[in-house]
Ligand binder design. Structure first.
Ligand SMILES: Nc1nc2c(c(=O)[nH]1)N[C@H]1C(S)=C(S)[C@@H](COP(=O)(O)O)O[C@H]1N2
Ligand SMILES: [Mo]
Length: 361
């Protein structure tokens, strides 16, 4: 078997080679605050574009008093640098758990690995917007890349938008660096937007254009895809259901994994919890189907926009065991127990309790 493309490590699960879509195995995420570049999940709707960073320009236009065209050098010299540790999570993370209940056509069966964390280097979008001087009618900020996604109707470059208030928040970066190195091409190099706490779809890669808008972007990936439609909706029905924005509280078990064999006695369980900028208040682990829970130890935060790694020790007796986890955020939101009520036609936002089944000897 040939190694996975784009420098990803052996064992990286490739859902699709072109456009490139793949996720790390849970073991490659476990126990690491920052996800190594060669394990970071990749989600692409079109081809990874070629582009010379030397001639690359970012256009800032729309409802702006002073439209801008900026080179990478202009961005670096014109604005103060900032670093943010942020977890990106695809809205389709854990879709496989929804597909298991009812088929979801044309959508990849992502497992638990469509989530990764990096430290991002760049400048604040807020500072660049201030330089462009938004006009009073500006309410949203649109982003566009150059990659044309064949699945979009009609075919068009990938795009998204966020509200102006979030765009001005200090955590939103125009990032050229990831984990201390130049942003890899597969992850949007030379420049992407990073919108911490929102679904990954809003963190547009290979960013070419920022547009101040009176309304949300009409790009297919904002207006049609990445909406949370009700289960009763038709898979193709347009524009019903809210656009996905802030992520809900979630957690997952990264070790052990379903299918593993473990020795009876004290077993260490580890995973992550993430609440998209709200604090993770607690993580519980249960081995009796949620009747009793044990508190997990939660690691120090790498800032408010990063996931929290946790560990717990459970006692297992020989036989089969199912380990469950459940996170609660600082606003008291709890992960829902079952996937059933979460099912939706595109298979987004599966945040139900993770369950891992192991054999205990
Ligand atoms: N230009 C562009 N930006 C994009 C995408 C894309 O297909 N094209 N995919 C989006 C989606 S759905 C996600 S989840 C994240 C994934 O970022 P990553 O590939 O660096 O993990 O990028 C977002 N930005
Ligand atoms: Mo995504």
């Amino acid at each position: 078997m040939s190694p996975p493309p784009w420098g990803k490590r052996d064992g990286f699960v490739v859902h699709e080679a072109e456009p490139f879509n793949g996720e790390p195995r849970p073991a490659d995420l476990a126990g690491r605050a920052l996800t190594p570049d060669d394990a970071f999940y990749a989600r692409n709707h079109g081809p990874v574009p070629d582009g010379d960073p030397e001639t690359w320009r970012l256009e800032v236009a729309g409802l702006a008093e002073r439209p801008l065209a900026l080179s990478l050098a202009d961005l670096r010299s014109g604005f103060p640098p900032h670093q943010v540790v942020a977890t990106l999570q695809c809205a389709g993370n854990r879709r496989a758990g929804l597909i298991a209940l009812r088929p979801i056509p044309d959508q990849a069966p992502w497992g638990s690995g469509a989530i990764s964390t990096a430290s991002w280097d760049g400048v604040r979008l807020a500072d660049v917007l201030a330089a462009a001087a938004p006009l009073p009618g500006a309410r949203h900020v649109g982003f566009e890349g150059p990659d044309v996604a064949p699945e979009a109707v009609p075919p068009q470059p990938y795009g998204a938008s966020i509200g102006l208030a979030k765009a001005r928040a200090p955590e939103v970066l125009l990032a050229w660096g990831m984990n201390g190195r130049p942003l890899p091409r597969a992850h949007g190099g030379p420049l992407r937007v990073v919108v911490p706490g929102y679904v990954g779809a809003r963190s547009v890669k290979w960013l070419r254009r920022v547009t101040l808008l009176p309304e949300p972007s009409d790009n297919y990936f904002q207006a049609v895809a990445y909406r949370l439609r009700p289960a009763t909706a038709d898979h193709e029905a347009a524009n019903d259901g809210p656009p996905l924005e802030r992520v809900g509280v979630t957690s997952d078990i990264l070790s052990p994994a379903t299918g593993d064999t473990v020795a009876a006695g004290r077993v260490e369980v580890s995973g992550y919890a993430f609440a998209g900028g709200r604090d993770v208040a607690a993580v519980g682990v249960s081995v009796d189907d949620g009747v009793t829970w044990r508190h997990a130890d939660i690691a120090e935060a790498d800032g408010p926009w990063a996931w929290r790694l946790w560990t717990a020790t459970v006692d297992l007796v020989p036989g089969r065991a199912t380990i469950i986890a459940r996170a609660v955020d600082a606003q008291g939101q709890v992960q829902p127990a079952e996937a059933g009520p979460l099912w939706n036609p595109k298979g987004y936002a599966n945040t139900c309790w993770p369950r891992v089944s192991v054999t205990v000897t």
